[in-house]
Design a protein around this ligand. Structure first.
Ligand SMILES: *Cc1c(COP(=O)(O)O)cnc(C)c1O
Length: 463
């Protein structure tokens, strides 16, 4: 390339005079505004913000030959905005107007008041997480959680880990490593986020033995697959899809009989973990009546924090308790506190439906949703607002064939309003459908309706 052509060329580092006019980091740090900012947020944070701001300005100048370089004041103002932004937590509150109760991308189950209080109490101080206050000696971790879990499931014992996937991984690692796990081809499920049953079996150190066909698996198929290396019969709940038509599967009772007759263990990955009957979901107690171990999530139909629960027989649980993976998968004290409080609420089904937000939303009468939609529409006013019937969902990979009759307030939107609502504080997430933004009230709490209306107004829907 001809060197002369490059001289003074805009964007050329070292030659572009505009780049040289950009103030140096050291000089910016000496400005009085910078000193005030550094006092407020620390010199390291400010230096980092100024460095990024200068870098950004340099790149902008290089990209646009006609742009004038920003002056010192402008750069300082941008850095100040960066510092302020860095101080706002990235994790933001969202009003869930999607019509999906256990929205995985929105953190699944909102917690009950009692669970929040338990977290608050455990978080700021010390708690008897691994201490027996009676004897003053080291005690079983999560003893309270385990006792309540066993009582709800009607099992000899319980154990809690970090999430449902961890629960199954631990169970298979402790009970089947080096051996074989028999699973129906109709239950080789993908849960989402890359969690696939065949992979978990392999990760647990076991060999997968598939039996039956996609739509039909009989008890005899399991029986024929049992050999000297078989350790576990695994039943996986089709939590996120349903099979209809020409289908057959072995029942929990049949599988339990077969497992017992052959000295094997029956593990049932239940996933959703309903305590009370809800649509066609099997309850924890129903599954635990047959299986040696049942595994499920804390933040699906239990309506608690992220956790993996394991209920079952003492002997099988003992092998999980002594497995080295348990330490890696263990539940933290905040989740444990929330989980124990949630399990306590479940002891009284009616109280659980009132106090646990996800359960309240799933069990409430359609008329309650109509009332919330009316209240929202009234607050928004305006003729552009219509209330439309919707089909809400339990979500979180539960109750796939169970639409929940709900209502949404519809606002004409090409996507701009939805965007502004997403970026607001609190953020609002609705559902765009054919030129309409639908704000579904299914997963909007009664005390959020007013905030939601304010957010819509602030985003400019009333114009
Ligand atoms: C959801 C689910 C899991 C995973 O639980 P997480 O808590 O999401 O880790 C495992 N198995 C089944 C059947 C599930 O439905």
């Amino acid at each position: 390339m001809d060197a002369k052509l490059n001289e003074g060329r805009p964007g050329d580092p070292g030659r572009d005079p505009r780049l040289r006019r950009l103030p140096a980091l050291g000089r910016l740090l000496e400005a009085p505004e910078a000193k005030a900012l550094a006092d407020e947020s620390g010199r390291a944070g400010l230096t980092e913000a100024l460095r990024s701001t200068i870098g950004e300005a340099r790149r902008a100048l290089q990209a646009d030959p006609r742009m004038a370089p920003p002056d010192e004041a402008a750069l300082l103002a941008r850095a100040a905005a960066r510092v302020a932004e860095a101080r706002v937590p990235r994790l933001r509150g969202v009003i869930n107007a999607t019509g999906v109760v256990l929205h995985t991308n929105l953190g699944r189950a909102p917690l009950a008041e009692a669970a929040l209080e338990a977290i608050f109490a455990a978080a700021g101080g010390y708690c008897d997480l691994e201490l027996d206050l009676e004897t003053g000696r080291r005690g079983a971790r999560l003893a309270g959680v385990e006792a309540r879990l066993a009582s709800l499931a009607g099992t000899e014992g319980g154990l809690a880990v970090n999430n449902g996937a961890a629960a199954l991984l631990l169970a298979l690692s402790a009970l089947a490593a080096g051996g074989e796990v028999v699973v129906s081809r109709g239950e080789l499920v993908e849960i989402g986020g890359g969690f696939r049953i065949p992979d978990v079996v392999v990760q647990g150190g076991a060999r997968l033995v598939e039996v039956g066909t996609t739509n039909r698996t009989r008890l005899a198929d399991y029986a024929a697959a049992i050999g000297p290396a078989t350790r576990v019969l695994l039943k996986v709940h089709r939590s996120n899809y349903r099979m209809t038509g020409f289908t057959a599967e072995a029942t929990g009772a049949e599988l339990a009989g077969l497992a017992r007759a052959n000295g094997l263990l029956l593990v049932h990955d239940l996933g959703s973990g309903a305590v009370q009957p809800l649509a066609d979901e099997p309850t924890i107690a129903e599954a635990a009546a047959f299986a040696d171990l049942v595994t499920f999530s804390g933040d699906k139909l239990l309506g608690g924090p992220q956790a993996g629960l394991i209920a079952g027989r003492t002997e099988a649980l003992a092998r999980l308790r002594t497995h080295p993976l348990l330490r890696a998968l263990r539940l933290d004290k905040l989740s444990a506190a929330a989980l124990e409080a949630t399990l306590a609420l479940h002891a009284d089904p009616a109280a659980a439906r009132r106090a646990i937000p996800a359960l309240r939303m799933l069990h409430e009468a359609e008329a309650d949703r109509v009332r919330r939609a009316d209240a929202l529409a009234a607050l928004l006013g305006g003729a552009a607002t219509a209330i439309v019937p919707t089909e809400g969902r339990a979500g979180g990979g539960t109750l796939p064939a169970h639409p929940i009759p709900s209502r949404a307030v519809a606002l004409a939107d090409n996507g701009e309003l939805a965007r502004r609502l997403r970026l607001g504080t609190p953020a609002v997430l609705g559902r765009l459908h054919e030129g309409w933004l639908l704000l579904d009230v299914l997963a909007v709490a009664p005390d959020e309706i007013e905030t939601l209306a304010d957010a819509v107004q602030a985003a400019g829907a009333d114009r």
